[in-house]
Structure formats: structure tokens, C-alpha cells
Design a protein around this ligand. Structure first.
Ligand code: CTP
Length: 399
């Protein structure tokens, strides 16, 4: 089941966009729709809302909605976007990068697969301007579906008729299947901080929102992997599509939960910000504040990833590291010391890349010495780029 965002633009075949929404739902997908102002002359938002079960908007300025639906939400939500029908004007706006309504702003913020089913008069379709726009979009990786030949609403005969909804749905499903490049892989992901108790209420911890690990778990599930997530305390809901989410508190509990599942996995991604020390003694009672300070003796926790990598066999083990000095030298030393296949390094002092940020920038160091830069992006997008970059390891470990 996929999350499909359907864009309906102004064409007499807009009603077929509504049929397409019904077809996706019949096949078990979730659908949200955006109608352009032209599209609304042919179908109403209410019709589509009734079909999809979600509110339908066209105006990007309607930001005071209680459900908070905006272009960023929709761009993050969708696995794939399908514009059907795609009018000549919408094709032109997309080709030109214009962002003047909800559909076009959402598409500028979306970097997943985009498919467009053109629908227009034959002369408009064959016009140099439209053909140049189609070439631009195709060159950018957009899939512009063939239109069908036949009698058009305007009475002319020729290409320009929108592909039938059932065939569009087949294309979408084929495209979604291509993305299942982790299918058959059993992935284990760790996320979040660990808490090491001082007493029943105080802890020693690392700053971490858990978002990077949760985004990786969700991206792996979207791409067909069976995913088990072991997470320290976070405010996040279990990611979509994940088989098991195990919530732990301490480093020892995280080590145990991962150790139990490691034998049954092909890939471990250790995105957790594990606490490096724990109090040598834990008070059973809450320590009184008293007048003065306290002395806290800390002892090291077990290095989970090193222990697991020591018995990795054919498995792929990928670590994360926070380095504030020389990222490459520090990351490479850690990769070697811990016996990893790759390590994703980031600098917590860089704006937008900290442990609680929604974005991240990663320097990915491979065991064979290659270094790749994944530029600053939302953690959800970085997760996919990271999976693209380490895919060869996973196929290798499966022979
Ligand atoms: N890690 C782990 N167990 C620990 C500490 C870290 O498994 N007790 C893992 C992290 O999940 C991460 C990798 O090791 O994937 C590197 O973590 P990092 O904190 O950068 O490295 P440390 O070994 O803690 O080194 P240092 O704190 O000296 O930078």
C-alpha cells in the first residue's frame, strides 16, 4: 500500500482524475488530492474529499487549517505524485519551476517519483512550447505518460487524450515496485538516546530526537525491507510499515534487544546516540538536593556496535558518528576501530545538522576508502540517499 498524492489540473477529463482516485483506493492505496483552480471548474473538492476521505485543497494560502495540511506536509507524506489530468498550463508551470498554487509549491518540495498524464487538444500537445516542457520534465526524471489517440472533447482527432485511469494505475504500481530495492532484506535499526539512571528521576544521556533512525526505519520499510527498530526514549510514534518497535531505556537494554535480533538480520544501522558513560552506582532512592553538589563517578558503557560488528559474518553494519573536528579522519578512525562497512558522519556544531534538528548533512565514509557528501536535506530525504549509497553492500551480503 502506497501513499499517492493526486494532482488534478484544469481539463475536461478532470472527472477521470476522480475515477483514478477511486481506482487507487480500490487497489488498497491511500490517496490525497490537490485540485488546481482550473481543475475545480470540472470536479469539486467535496467530491474528491468524499472519495479519498481526506480534505482537498488548492490554495497554498489556506494555512490556518486545523489539520495543518500544507505543501511541506503533503510533499513529505507522498510516496509518489501523479498529476492526472496534466493540462498544458500545469506542464508549463512545472517545467518552469513556478510555484503559484498548492500543487506547484508541493511539487517543488517533493523529490520522489512524479508521473504526469497529459490531457489536452492535439495542437496544444504538439506545440513546440508544450513539447519543450515535456522534454524538460522528462530530462529531470519525471515520467510523462503517453497520451492516447482518439476523438477529443473538442471534436478533433489525434493524440492528447488522457491515458485511461486503469492503465495509469498500472504504471504507478510498476514504478512503486521498482523502488522496492530492499525487498527481502531484514534490517535492524537503532535510534534515539539511551538514558543511564543516577537515581529514579535523574539520568545521564545524549541529546537526540531519534528522527534520523526513525526516518531510516521508515525508508527501509517503504523500500520493501522487513524492519525492526530498537529505540531509546523519544517522543516519536512508531514509524509506518515497521514490523517491530522495541522501546528501551538504558544502553544495556539496547545492547540486549539488538543482540537478540542481530542473528536474524542482514543489515544493522546504528543511528542511536548511545550514552558513553553510566553512573558507577545507581541510587534506589531519589537523591536529596541538600546543600552542596554531588560527586558522580561514571564508568563506560559497552560499545554495542563494536561488539555486534565483531560477529557480523556476511551482515552489513553501518554506524553514525558525531565529529566536530576533521570529519573524514575522525570517521575513518572510528570505522576501522569498530569494524564497520560504512559510517555516516556529521558535525553537531553545524547549523541544521544537530541531533535535534529536522535536517542533516552527512559525510559518508565507506570501508573501501570512498567518501561521499550528502548535502543538507530533511532527515527523511537523507535517509533515502543513504540507502541508495549503501545498497551495494546489502546485495553483496546476500550473495
Ligand atoms: N555506539 C555504540 N555503543 C556505544 C557508543 C556508540 O554502539 N556505547 C555506536 C553509535 O550508535 C554510532 C557509533 O557507535 O553508530 C559511533 O558513535 P560515537 O558516539 O560517534 O562514537 P564513540 O565510540 O562514542 O566515540 P567518541 O564518543 O569518542 O567520539
Amino acid at each position: 500500500m502506497a501513499r499517492i498524492l493526486l494532482g488534478i489540473s484544469g481539463s475536461v477529463t478532470a472527472y477521470k482524475g476522480a475515477e483514478l482516485a477511486r481506482e487507487f483506493i480500490r487497489r488498497g492505496h491511500q490517496v490525497r488530492a490537490i485540485i488546481t483552480s482550473g481543475g475545480q471548474r470540472f470536479v469539486t473538492p467535496l467530491q474528491l474529499q468524499a472519495l479519498t476521505g481526506h480534505p482537498v485543497q488548492s490554495d497554498q494560502w489556506e494555512t490556518d487549517r486545523p489539520d495543518g495540511i500544507d505543501h511541506i506536509f503533503l510533499a513529505r507524506w507522498a510516496d509518489i505524485v501523479v498529476v492526472a489530468p496534466g493540462s498544458a498550463n500545469t506542464l508549463a508551470r512545472l517545467a518552469g519551476g513556478i510555484a503559484d498554487d498548492l500543487l506547484t509549491t508541493t511539487l517543488l518540495a517533493f523529490d520522489g517519483p512524479l508521473m504526469i498524464a497529459p490531457s489536452m487538444n492535439t495542437k496544444m500537445l504538439l506545440h513546440h512550447a508544450t513539447q519543450a516542457n515535456i522534454d524538460t520534465l522528462t530530462g529531470r526524471g519525471v515520467e510523462v505518460l503517453e497520451s492516447e489517440e482518439g476523438e477529443l472533447a473538442c471534436g478533433e482527432t489525434g493524440p492528447g487524450r488522457m491515458m485511461e485511469p486503469v492503465r495509469i494505475a498500472d504504471h504507478v504500481e510498476a514504478r512503486l515496485a521498482e523502488r522496492l530495492d530492499y525487498s527481502g532484506i531484514r534490517a535492524l535499526v537503532s535510534a534515539g538516546p539511551t538514558f543511564e539512571p543516577i537515581d529514579p528521576v535523574r539520568v545521564v544521556t545524549n541529546r537526540s530526537s531519534g528522527r534520523m533512525g526513525f526516518a531510516l526505519a521508515e525508508a527501509l520499510a517503504e523500500r520493501g525491507a522487513t524492519v525492526r527498530l530498537v529505540t531509546g526514549p523519544t517522543a516519536l510514534d512508531a514509524p509506518r510499515g515497521v514490523t517491530e518497535t522495541v522501546r528501551v531505556m538504558t544502553t544495556a537494554e539496547m545492547a540486549e534487544a539488538l543482540g537478540e535480533r542481530f542473528g536474524e538480520c542482514d543489515l544493522l544501522i546504528m543511528a542511536a546516540a548511545v550514552a558513553d558513560w553510566r553512573p558507577a552506582t545507581v541510587s534506589e532512592d531519589k537523591l536529596p538536593r541538600g546543600e552542596g553538589g554531588i560527586d558522580l563517578r561514571l564508568e563506560p558503557t559497552a560499545d554495542i556496535i563494536s561488539d555486534l560488528a565483531g560477529r557480523k559474518g556476511d551482515r552489513t553494519v553501518i554506524g553514525f558518528a558525531l565529529e566536530s573536528g576533521d570529519l573524514v579522519a575522525g570517521g575513518r578512525a572510528k570505522l576501522e576501530r569498530k569494524g564497520l562497512d560504512a559510517i555516516a558522519v556529521n558535525d553537531p556544531t553545524e547549523t541544521g545538522a544537530g541531533p535535534e534538528s529536522g535536517t542533516n548533512r552527512i559525510t559518508l565514509i565507506h570501508e573501501d576508502g570512498r567518501v561521499e557528501d550528502l548535502p543538507m536535506q530533511a532527515k527523511e530525504t537523507i535517509a533515502h540517499r543513504l540507502l541508495d549509497a549503501v545498497h551495494t553492500y546489502v546485495t553483496r551480503s546476500r550473495g
